[in-house]
Design a protein around this ligand. Structure first.
Ligand SMILES: [Mg+2]
Ligand SMILES: [Zn+2]
Length: 175
């Protein structure tokens, strides 16, 4: 069984400017590459799970999302970061789909394709729905990023940079 790190995208990997779909608006958060490399060094598989209701709301297209995703994955590769797969929910909230976080559809899909030990896995998000997804999917460890008040999280940090520094100091013990 392998350990996994499940990542939200907007607000974690990139600065959340709201419905980001263009490459020129996609700004990696400071420290994210180093943080992800800590997890990779410790044997974690990386997955991205992202709500993209902007597609269902017609703010941008599925193709826009896919073009941005390929570019993002190339940038990660240049940084020696391999993402196993990217999963997105393209529905608007009214659809009440099974994949919009905190519903577990995206994690269920990942678990159908990979053998993951959820008890030693982590999820990083910036909204309550991310942390609730972890709880609903039985992903044991969570990190909340940002200024929002988020309940039931294992750890929380104002920024990815603070999170990176914490793991830099403690990764031997934690990961
Ligand atoms: Mg987010
Ligand atoms: Zn969905």
């Amino acid at each position: 069984m392998q350990k996994a790190l499940f990542l939200d995208r907007d607000g974690v990997i990139n600065i959340d400017h709201g419905y980001v779909y263009k490459i020129e608006d996609f700004e990696f958060t400071e420290g994210i590459f180093e943080l992800l490399r800590f997890f990779i060094e410790k044997g974690y598989l990386l997955f991205i799970v992202t709500n993209q209701s902007g597609i269902g709301r017609d703010y941008y297209s599925e193709e826009d999302f896919q073009v941005l995703t390929s570019w993002m994955l190339d940038e990660f590769k240049k940084e020696n970061i391999d993402i196993i797969s990217v999963h997105h929910c393209n529905h608007s909230p009214e659809k009440n789909c099974a994949c919009r976080k905190p519903q577990t559809g995206m994690i269920d899909k990942i678990l159908s394709q990979n053998v993951i030990d959820l008890g030693s896995s982590w999820l990083i998000g910036d909204k309550q729905s991310d942390i609730d997804l972890a709880k609903n999917s039985k992903i044991k460890n969570t990190i909340a990023i940002g200024e929002r008040t988020i309940e039931n999280t294992s750890l929380s940090f104002k920024t990815i940079l603070e999170c990176r520094d914490y793991f830099d100091d403690n990764k031997i013990k934690i990961l």
